[in-house]
Write a new protein. Structure first.
Length: 446
């Protein structure tokens, strides 16, 4: 059966990513939150106590590699199964084999790559075998399991979230491959650290993309009489099909560009903002990263001056997730232009930062009795909820009671600006604060 041929010997013509695939946890790069010392998944693998699980993460982060490492540690029969090329017939054949193994006292681990590609009926076919323990299912998916995996099957699996590799992790991987016997350890390769950083940046957290790009640039490098290969910036640019940002070790240019985008929008300069957006996207920046920064900007710099800004930014993120590059560039462009021209207010940001300082200094301040919950008789005896006024019962729809701790009474954090929609909010808040002050009895603290 083709699914059982996963341990065929490595051939010279195999892709670089296949030739240098890690065989042990010690060789595996990334996912330290799962595989670091004392982490749950590492312990399960080392003790050979694998249960059914789903690996969820973006492409090229090690889902298949991790499954094959498990295969090397386990005493179970390991079957590699593809949701792309297999149907119900193939599923039944594998399940029959697994059932025979169970009767003979042998465990079967079934690894399904791209499990989200199976339809409901195909996923249902695995359920009774997982329940009986005939198979230990390991599924790999790039899609959210909550939406793509049947709830009955998902409830019997533990989900492990794999993260995109950091630029430092990918650079470590590339440097290792240059000396790896199955990589380029037998050749002399001249590459600059800056070129490795450019490949790591271009890969955007995807180890497979990084390795494929490295292989391509070396194959297209300049070969001298001694057999040494020199990689030029020109060859690198051609191989990645776009001009690399050539970030330095700390990604300074990366942060310079996102800063330029943010500050151009803050300064209501749509032309500059869309230029910096294009610079980032055409250099290979993750559109979801940009979309996340726009969500932050919508609250930090536009805020209540335009309540639609946050919704639009969140919608842009969803659009980027749904359709990806290059189509989502126009979604980001629309949002960047809107945010650039929106009225600006940082009052939400300032309010939180000011309140945060008080909160950090006064973490033990008691909640005022009048706004405490009082579900029991004892709490009521202790005056919990005493003096509480239900705002909806008042004609003004607001009560004069204090809701801050006594030590912070009358402290003001939110100071609206008179921009856009926040102008009306400013007027309303001013009236509320004036009314509350008028309700206070003579001699009461102001």
């Amino acid at each position: 059966m083709e699914q059982l041929s996963m341990f065929d010997g490595k051939n010279a013509w195999s892709p670089l990513a296949s030739r240098v695939r890690p065989q042990t946890l010690a060789e595996f790069v990334g996912q330290t939150h799962l595989l670091g010392p004392g982490c749950v998944l590492r312990g399960l693998i080392e003790r050979d106590q694998i249960t059914s699980m789903i690996f969820w993460g973006p492409p090229g982060v090690g889902k298949t590699t991790l499954a094959r490492i498990i295969a090397g540690h386990t005493h179970a029969e390991f079957i590699d199964f593809s949701a792309v090329t297999s149907g119900i017939k193939e599923i039944r054949a594998v399940m029959e084999q697994a059932e025979q193994n169970r009767r003979m006292g042998m465990k079967t681990i079934l690894f399904i790559d791209e499990i989200h590609r199976f339809n409901k009926a195909q996923q249902d076919a695995f359920l009774p075998y997982v329940e009986r323990g005939s198979i230990i299912l390991i599924g790999a998916t790039t899609e959210n399991p909550s939406f793509e995996i049947n709830s009955a099957l998902l409830s019997r699996c533990r989900v492990f979230v794999l993260k995109a590799l950091s630029q430092d992790e990918i650079q470590k991987l590339l440097s290792h491959v240059l000396t790896h016997p199955a990589g380029f350890g037998g050749q002399t390769i001249h590459m600059t650290k800056r070129q490795l950083e450019a490949i790591a940046s271009f890969a955007n957290g995807d180890a497979r993309t990084a390795l494929n790009t490295l292989e391509m640039v070396i194959l297209n490098g300049t070969l001298d009489r001694s057999g040494a290969v020199t990689v030029t910036d020109e060859a690198l640019t051609q191989c990645i099909s776009r001009r690399s940002l050539l970030y330095d070790k700390k990604g300074e240019e990366h942060y310079n560009l996102i800063s330029a985008l943010h500050k151009s929008m803050r300064n209501s300069d749509p032309d500059a903002a869309v230029y910096w957006l294009a610079r980032m996207l055409e250099a290979g920046e993750d559109p979801l990263y940009i979309a996340r920064r726009l969500i932050r900007f919508a609250s930090e710099d536009v805020g209540l001056a335009d309540g639609r800004a946050l919704s639009l930014a969140v919608s842009a993120y969803q659009a980027c997730h749904f359709i990806g590059m290059p189509e989502c560039n126009v979604n980001l462009s629309q949002t960047v232009l809107y945010l650039s021209l929106a009225p600006k207010s940082n009052s939400a940001y300032v309010a939180y930062e000011t309140a945060k300082e008080d909160a950090k200094e006064r973490l033990a301040e008691p909640v005022p009795l009048q706004i405490r919950n009082a579900p029991t008789g004892l709490m009521r005896e202790l005056h919990y909820g005493e003096g509480y006024v239900y705002a909806h019962d008042t004609s003004e729809k607001v009560a004069a009671m204090d809701c801050l701790p006594d030590s912070l009474k009358d402290r003001i954090y939110y100071r609206p600006v008179r921009q856009g929609e926040e102008t009306a909010l400013s007027d309303k808040l001013e009236a509320i604060r004036r009314w509350k002050k008028e309700q206070k009895k003579p001699g009461e603290d102001s």
